[in-house]
Design a protein around this ligand. Structure first.
Ligand code: FEO
Length: 390
């Protein structure tokens, strides 16, 4: 039994095996966090992904008889949080009143059929006795229905997707896991899930302005109970699109020419003392590249021209990055071709659509880079680093 506060319990499930979360590689698994609040009345906040139903049920039964639960609160209807809702309501707690936002009501009905749901407009908070749960809608942080639940008596925020990390662990709190892994996963999660929703996350943070919080319990990963100002500061920085003196090069190559250009540019960047990470888009996953891009100032994308087009692994990455809309970056395309080029221009068009300001460049060589062309690529890297430092 895992207790967050007096009468507040974690009753979720750990998924050690998942490695692909709707297209995002989750190297360290994840958790689906449900919380049980026990006072004069009892509330379950969120459920778990359907295959983990039995685990959640076992955790709940360790604490209360499900037949005594008064409310099932759905902070978010995405199936990783509502997948067990209808079954739990039908089989274990038909007496419980389900509460969701109006959007949540519609989405739950689409996924689970017509079940009675009270909306947060009708019931903006519930009183459990010595605990009150206040519902704060935070639309588009992650879906239109998203909301967070705040318990003022415990200074506890049940933040749903916000502040999450895809990390499976035996420790349930942020001070019980490897810190490097935790911060890497918090960053990777923000980059791949929340980055395109910056404005919504910003509105959510503003909606919570002035609210006293000493614990943040998200729906994925560990619960922030120690130094919670650190994760709040990180979110403020990510929402604002703040970046560091870093460069990311993402490329793929057919006959190592674009690869040689990528390495030459990286050497040039490094010669100025600026950190540069290089990712081959066949051997590295796009979600890891986006994690590196979150705090980078410059993004360079290299592609050979194949059949008058962008090399497919690069095209796939560009589509992904365009959806995530990284903020406050500049960059350029580069590459090699045989007799008819075109990939560099197409790459830069997609980068612009992703919101990246294009820096003028001419790193587009035929067949393989000559020594002179290698030097030009190196010098381009030097200039990128200088611009990063401006
Ligand atoms: Fe973890 Fe938007 O669901």
């Amino acid at each position: 039994m895992i207790q967050l506060k007096e009468g507040v319990y974690w009753v979720g499930a750990v998924d050690w095996d998942i490695n692909n979360f709707h297209g995002y590689i989750t190297h360290r698994g994840t958790t689906y966090n449900s919380y049980l609040l026990v006072s004069d009345k009892i509330a379950l906040v969120d459920t778990v992904k359907a295959p983990f139903y039995e685990t959640m049920l076992r955790h709940i039964k360790e604490i209360v008889d499900p037949a005594k639960i008064d409310y099932i609160i759905s902070n978010h209807a995405e199936p990783d949080h509502s997948g067990s809702l209808a079954r739990f309501h039908r089989e274990e707690a038909p007496q419980a009143e389900i509460i969701a936002t109006a959007h949540g009501q519609k989405i739950i009905t689409k996924y689970h059929g017509d079940i009675p749901i009270t909306t947060t407009k009708e019931m903006p908070e519930v009183n459990l006795g010595d605990k009150t749960i206040t519902f704060v809608p935070v639309p588009m942080a992650h879906w239109p229905d998203s909301m967070v639940s705040y318990i003022p008596e415990d200074k506890l925020l049940l933040s749903n997707d916000a502040f999450g990390q895809h990390i499976a662990s035996t420790g349930r709190f942020n001070d019980q896991v490897d810190q490097d892994e935790l911060w890497q996963e918090a960053l990777t999660y923000y980059a791949n899930i929340l980055m395109p929703l910056n404005r919504s996350v910003d509105r959510a943070l503003k909606a919570l302005d002035g609210v006293t919080i000493d614990m943040i319990a998200p729906s994925h990963g560990v619960i922030w109970r120690k130094d919670i100002g650190d994760i709040l500061t990180k979110y403020i920085s990510w929402v604002a699109g703040e970046n560091k003196e870093k460069v990311v090069i993402a490329y793929d190559s057919m006959w190592k020419s674009t690869q040689n250009l990528a390495y030459a540019i990286a050497e040039g960047v490094g010669s100025e003392g600026v950190e540069c990470k290089v990712f081959n888009l066949t051997s590295r996953h796009r979600s890891d590249v986006m994690a590196a891009i979150l705090e980078a100032r410059a993004v360079l994308v290299g592609s050979p021209t194949l059949n008058n087009n962008v090399f497919p692994p690069v095209a796939s990455f560009l589509a992904y990055m365009r959806g995530l809309k990284p903020m406050n970056k500049f960059g350029a395309g580069f590459g090699s071709y045989g007799w008819a080029g075109g990939a560099k221009k197409l790459v830069e068009e997609q980068m612009q659509l992703a919101g990246i300001e294009i820096m003028e460049s001419d790193i587009d060589v035929t067949f393989r880079p000559t020594d002179d062309e290698w030097k030009i690529a190196y010098e381009f890297g030097v200039n990128v680093a200088k611009k990063v430092k401006e």
